[in-house]
Design a protein around this ligand. Structure first.
Ligand code: ATP
Length: 319
């Protein structure tokens, strides 16, 4: 393959830039031409495609977000849109595409694959919600961002002897709550994968109070079906101690990518370029254990995500 392109799609994730940089520079080092497509599939439909050089990706490694920008594209969801997107790639003579995004972006890639474009999918989403890979790019940074919030909140929660609920991102997948909860020593972790038992939550808060704890920290994923403010009210009423809810929102998406995310992004992007160079069929790149792996794109999407039951149980024991 001689000419390839890269796009970022769906929600932005820290480390996407590291992946773009690695993909561009690795391609150039192998003698391929590489193009950057702006605003995901939306930009592809508009032909916002520009040639990338070594210097085009300078000074982005440490930045969150994505230099290519990202979008959610309604137009691309239609067969006509997908035909047009494939034609656009053809017009530019682009034979292979690297898509950095979440499961929606990968489903879009499959439509392009059906139209003769080879696509390599790189998992870029803070949610860590793709079953075929242990980690997605951006997840580690998001967990670290939540950890730093927990430290800040712990100081003020202790000072005021308060219970604080921190609502973190994760509509269907509670991994950010789970990992930040274990690493941050949360008293309670609430995730969409486990049933909510308010009695149990209150018992844990009371147990902490009785043992002399000055505060309680509850990490709740946004997908848990109770409003965080309501939950705070309920806990306050039942435990007799002030409870507040904090919703950091998009703060969790931004920020400089962690070392781990930058390395993961660089390794995955390199693998994607090598697979395109070797004229392999469309694949999804991932990491399993310490190995960078790749699977057939459609098969990768069929892999069910496993909930980290062991982490969940350990966090309960240690809190
Ligand atoms: P995140 O996990 O951050 O939400 P994502 O890649 O899952 O990332 P989506 O908004 O679901 O984000 O998908 C990004 C884009 O991919 C959509 O705006 C749409 O253009 C395209 N897309 C999503 N699902 C499909 C599908 N089933 N078929 C074709 N294209 C799709």
């Amino acid at each position: 393959m001689k000419r390839i392109a890269i796009l970022t799609s769906g929600g932005d994730a820290p480390g996407m830039n590291a992946a773009v940089r690695a993909a561009v520079r690795k391609s150039l080092s192998m003698g391929m031409e590489v193009y950057g497509i702006e605003r995901g599939y939306e930009g592809l439909l508009d032909g916002d495609i520009k040639k990338m050089e070594w210097k085009s990706v300078g000074d982005i490694l440490q930045r969150g977000g994505t230099m290519l920008r990202t979008a959610r594209s309604e137009r691309f969801m239609t067969p006509e849109g997908q035909d047009h997107a494939a034609k656009m790639l053809d017009t530019f003579g682009i034979e292979g595409l690297i898509v950095i995004g979440g499961d929606g972006s990968f489903r879009g890639s499959m439509e392009l694959d059906k139209r003769g474009i080879t696509v390599m999918g790189i998992p870029g989403t803070i949610d860590n919600d793709l079953g075929y890979t242990d980690y997605t790019i951006g997840f580690d940074t998001a967990v670290n961002t939540v950890l730093s919030l927990i430290s800040n909140i712990r100081d003020t929660a202790s000072a005021h002897e308060r219970t604080t609920i921190i609502e973190v991102m994760g509509r269907h997948c509670g991994d950010i709550a789970l990992h930040a909860g274990l690493a941050g020593g949360a008293d309670v972790i609430l995730v969409p994968e486990a049933d909510l038992d308010i009695n149990k939550v209150c018992r844990r808060v009371l147990r902490g109070q009785q043992s002399g704890k000055l505060h309680s920290i509850i990490i709740k994923a946004e997908g848990v079906e109770i409003d965080s403010m309501e939950l705070a009210k309920e806990i306050e009423e039942r435990t007799g101690r002030e409870a507040r809810a904090v919703v950091p929102g998009h703060i969790q998406r931004g920020g400089t990518p962690s070392g781990r995310d930058r390395i993961l992004a660089s390794l995955m992007a390199t693998k994607a370029v090598e697979l395109l160079y070797d004229d392999e069929e469309s694949q999804a790149i991932g990491i399993v254990g310490n190995d960078i792996v790749h699977y057939d794109l459609a098969k990768a999407l069929e892999v069910e995500r496993e909930f980290g039951e062991d982490i969940y149980e350990l966090a309960e024991v240690l809190s």
